[in-house]
Ligand binder design. Sequence first.
Ligand SMILES: NC(=O)C1=CN([C@@H]2O[C@H](COP(=O)(O)OP(=O)(O)OC[C@H]3O[C@@H](n4cnc5c(N)ncnc54)[C@H](O)[C@@H]3O)[C@@H](O)[C@H]2O)[C@H](O)CC1
Length: 486
Amino acid sequence: MIHAYTGAAVRAAESPLLRAGQGAALMRRAAWGLARVVVRELRSHGPVAGATVTALVGTGNNGGDALWALAFLRRRGVNAVAVPTGERIHEAGLAALRRAGGRVADQIPVDAVMLIDGVLGTGARGGWEPPLVPAGITVVACDLPSGVDAETGHVAGGVIPADLTVTFGALKTGLVVGAGAQAAGRVEVVDIGLGTYLEESDVSSLERDDALAVFAQPAWDDHKYSRGVLGVCAGSEQYPGAAVLVCSSALASGLGMVQYAGPRRAADLVLTAHPEVVAGSGVEGKAQAWVAGPGLGSDDDARSRLAAVVDACVDGGLPLVLDASALGLVTLDHLSRLRSAGCEVVLTPHQGELVKLVDRLAPHLAGGFADLVKADPVAAARRTAGALGVVVLLKGSTTVSAAPGGRTLVQNEGGPELATAGTGDCLAGLVGSTLVRTQHGGLSATVEKAAAAAWLHGTAGSTTASGGPFGASSLASAVRHALTDR
Ligand SMILES: NC(=O)C1=CN([C@@H]2O[C@H](COP(=O)(O)OP(=O)(O)OC[C@H]3O[C@@H](n4cnc5c(N)ncnc54)[C@H](O)[C@@H]3O)[C@@H](O)[C@H]2O)[C@H](O)CC1
């Protein structure tokens, strides 16, 4: 599990040390860590001594870190060149650079092989417009790529995409969400001694083993019911394919049985693709969790099919995933009955669906919500989860899974190749598959199960994309491989 902290939390952890007069020591520790990483990167391409490394240096402490790092690099024989970007500069850092024999220039030297981006860190407010950076230069961001909001990952103006970000004290939330995660490249954390002062993390990410633990392999004495039976209420006469996609991904994730409930045309397609599915028109059966929504449509038939699934979940206290069409049909009464029955509920909207859902079911949150979803998806998911009392898995370049109590997991495994019709249906099937494991040794919280599904979906997407463009029906085999390769 990886944990990330807000910039504010990191600054709060620094403050007792700053009060104790440790500010300069902290900065030198950060800069030393940055310089070590730069030396390692230089060494992997050629000689360190004589290489030209430049830094864009801002007016605050982030610029101070960069200046000290250049000073340390100069002592290793690097041609260290600072390029100030503002009216002010960190005086002690500049003096250290000068003492070490480094220099100041007004533009990036043509022979620079590496650029340290030390313009803005956790103190950035709003956007900035970066200068042009020569093609081919390796960019190492100091603490954060300048212009990335440390709290949200939002980039309000421009940003210099980094090959590598060396961040200090702790991973920042802005480096693992949205545009910030994209801009950061590889991220390395340098320990500057904040450990004991850091309070609870803001968001976390599941790593491979965490996700695989949710999709545990069957035990020797398992049978199909103990492995879990997932009910799928998806597809319609108009959109039958969604039913196949949900069932395919669920089956590929290794549960005991899939029970399909839907109209003849969709059921026939499901059975042609997967004869092992138990198909019928109603919800009666042995399902231990349900997925409802993909391809359901919005007519009266869709409404009554969803109502039947909600009733089945309320009666049995069963977990329920609500996706796609179901997000436009679900009512506050459904959610309240599900909560009262103790059902685990996961909503899986993309940004547009979340905005509409909030408009309809939590209008008190709606003002400015469309902007919030883009600028701060973590806050948007958290507020909705809190207002509706369910887990919200918000799809996007970063998948955010938020629990009503605030616990939030962010996953970045998939790429834009997953932005193709039907991949959301596959994700819904995977989330359903995690929920069906509730009674079977799965001790993880609902939000972790949702995140594990996002991990598996993203990992399968990246694997599939490595073979070229793909459609959603190709995902299931990659899901199997991600789980086989343990
Ligand atoms: N606190 C410590 O002892 C340590 C901090 N570290 C590093 O410090 C930065 C945070 O430093 P801070 O001075 O608070 O903020 P910044 O350097 O990010 O920037 C403040 C500086 O920039 C100006 N500014 C803000 N927004 C903009 C903008 N959009 N455009 C232009 N200029 C802007 C603002 O006016 C200030 O002058 C942290 O990230 C670490 O890198 C050390 O790592 C550890 C010790």
